[in-house]
Design a protein around this ligand. Structure first.
Ligand code: C2E
Ligand code: CA
Ligand code: CA
Ligand code: CA
Length: 278
């Protein structure tokens, strides 16, 4: 029994050790990801449901590492938030998205770029000034940029966060609430922070045609948007029936695999060019 106890302890210890080692190794790889050119941005088109044309895109980060292979953002972004590398990675994302947008607006002058920004990027930095500098460098009007944040950020009392949110609005970039309906919602904050857009979470869109429950929620969110003069974006639209349902409820904008998965800069330019030529 004594031996077994010790073995069990050892086994546990090993597994924990492996986890710690994995995190250290991944962090070391992450530290070099930018200089090794391992990060790329893909773009998922945003579609206007009336014209069914592309009006903008969401930038989505990818990391291809020589040792660990492809690592998904859902996995490595939370780690980057913990090890502090999110500041540098986030700056790379903003810079790259703006550089690529210079190209996109040549084909579609009204193009909008949406960038995901995590709450950690709002702390200990002057994010609003950083974004202002990047926009200025690429000679982009602040109105081309939309920052996607999660709803919990609006309730945060940390002064850096509050100042950066106010700074972004003064600058004239728009704010979207990502994954709306899944987190803590205080609708009063939406007006207070002058949010423009609610992105209806994919989980409500996924079985929309099958689920009466989801239909009720989505229609309620669309009512809120109408009443508060906000734009609604449905994310995760995968089929025509869902699209038609959303259209019949006057939802204006959507994105999802039905039109396009996240695609390369070159592939997006091709789609933009194609929709310009009648
Ligand atoms: P998100 O912001 O909610 O992004 C939407 C996710 O849904 C993306 O996954 C996208 O590929 C996926 N998606 C879009 N349409 C469909 C669809 O029709 N069906 C299905 N099944 N999925 C769809 P992705 O690219 O793996 O990103 C995951 C999350 O990682 C994002 O969720 C976002 O929270 C985070 N993320 C991605 N890029 C960045 C970034 O540059 N910065 C930060 N802070 N977070 C990022
Ligand atoms: Ca997003
Ligand atoms: Ca989302
Ligand atoms: Ca998400």
């Amino acid at each position: 029994a004594k031996d077994l106890g010790r073995n069990t302890f050892c086994f546990f210890n090993n597994e924990q050790q492996q986890k710690v080692q994995y995190r250290l190794d991944l962090t070391a790889q992450m530290r070099m990801a930018i200089q090794n050119n391992e990060l790329t941005l893909l773009y998922q088109p945003k579609i206007d449901l009336c014209s069914e044309k592309i009006v903008g895109a969401e930038a989505l980060l990818r990391w291809q590492n020589s040792r660990f292979g492809a690592i998904g953002p859902d996995h490595f972004i939370p780690m980057a938030e913990q090890n502090g590398l999110i500041a540098e990675i986030g700056r790379w994302v903003l810079d790259t998205a703006c550089r690529d947008t210079q190209t996109f607006i040549k084909t579609l002058p009204s193009f909008h770029i949406s960038v995901n920004v995590s709450v950690a990027q709002f702390k200990n930095t002057d994010l609003a000034s950083e974004i202002a500098e990047i926009l200025d460098f690429y000679r982009l009007k602040p109105a081309v940029m939309d920052i996607e944040i999660t709803e919990s950020i609006l309730a945060d009392q940390v002064s850096d966060i509050r100042n950066n949110l106010a700074g972004l609005r003064r600058l004239g970039v728009s704010l979207s609430i990502d994954d709306f309906g899944t987190g803590y919602s205080n609708l009063g904050y939406l007006k207070h922070f002058d949010v423009q857009t609610l992105k209806i979470d994919r989980s409500f869109i996924q079985d929309l045609t099958q689920s009466e429950y989801n239909q009720t929620i989505v229609r309620a969110i669309l009512q809120i948007c109408k009443g508060l003069d906000l734009t609604a974006v449905a994310e995760g639209v995968e089929d025509r029936q869902t699209l038609d349902l959303l259209k019949s409820w006057q939802c204006k904008t959507a994105q999802g695999f039905y039109w396009a998965k996240p695609i390369s800069k070159a592939a997006l330019v091709e789609l933009l060019v194609a929709q310009m030529t009648p």
